[in-house]
Design a binder for this molecule. Structure first.
Ligand code: ATP
Length: 243
């Protein structure tokens, strides 16, 4: 579909098109369309822009990811469709593996996501290993790679479900998420929640990481220590209420 750039909802339509293409290519689950719809609704409510609360969360996320020993980026079908190039860039700049992890079981879809990321230059991609799982989770998302999520200290999960966030935390990991809904269990349970769209937040995160690379450990630690996730979520909810 050709979208005129002058269309007042160009960005929203472009993003919707990416998800539809993801479904057509077999990398995004059809259920991903519903998840995207929920995201679109919340994007409207936060003004379809990166608000100050999201900018603050991005800064803290950049600091914690740079300070991590073993950061891993978890990728589902929606994230792979929306920001493949950016996720690969993030993986390269953090030297962190991209690990495919999907809710609706499909080995074929996992491989398609992997190949899609390779097309965008990914070098370090892991698939979940059925012999290994994280504790406290029943769904397909429990499977993890022993060289990736299983040994990670920080898991960056753009677009997550609440169950897994809780389980990852109970498994001793820190979870950094991007979720447009500040009320979701994911946003509420994560260590850091960026209330913004994946398409805007990931590029900003990469830019911030590159900027913070020259910071020493103490400076990064200070940024992490001063961050209050509950406060950021309250600010996001306040912004929505103001409408
Ligand atoms: P939870 O289990 O955390 O309460 P949920 O059941 O609402 O979450 P899902 O339907 O699994 O979550 O996933 C959709 C979530 O992803 C929603 O919270 C939605 O706001 C968010 N979302 C969808 N698209 C985007 C996007 N492009 N950027 C950021 N967040 C998004």
């Amino acid at each position: 579909m050709s979208l005129p750039k002058s269309h007042p909802r160009y960005e929203s339509l472009r993003t919707r098109e990416l998800i539809v293409k993801g479904v057509e290519r077999g990398i995004t689950s059809i259920h991903g369309l519903i998840a995207h719809g929920r995201g679109e609704a919340f994007d409207y409510l936060v003004g379809e822009k990166t608000n100050d609360f999201a900018k603050k969360s991005v800064k803290a996320a950049a600091a914690i990811l740079l300070a991590a020993k073993n950061p891993v980026i978890s990728v589902n079908g929606n994230a792979a469709a929306l920001a493949p190039k950016e996720l690969v860039k993030l993986s390269n700049s953090l030297n962190a593996a991209l690990e495919v992890n999907i809710f609706h079981p499909s080995k074929q879809r996992e491989i398609k996501i992997k190949n899609h990321l390779i097309k965008f230059g990914a070098k370090n991609i892991l698939l979940p290993d059925k012999k290994h799982k994280i504790k406290f989770l029943e769904s397909n998302r429990k499977y993890a790679n022993p060289h990736g999520i299983l040994k990670a200290d920080i898991v960056f999960v753009p677009l997550e479900d609440g169950d897994r966030t809780e389980a990852l935390i109970k498994n001793g990991k820190k979870v950094i998420t991007i979720d447009l809904n500040p009320l979701s269990r994911t946003a509420q349970k994560a260590t850091m929640s960026i209330t913004d769209s994946v398409t805007r937040a990931v590029p900003l995160l990469i830019k911030t990481i590159n900027q913070y690379k020259k910071y020493d450990k103490n400076r990064l630690r200070k940024i992490i220590k001063n961050y209050d996730n509950k406060k950021m979520l309250k600010e996001a909810i306040k912004q929505i209420r103001k409408l």
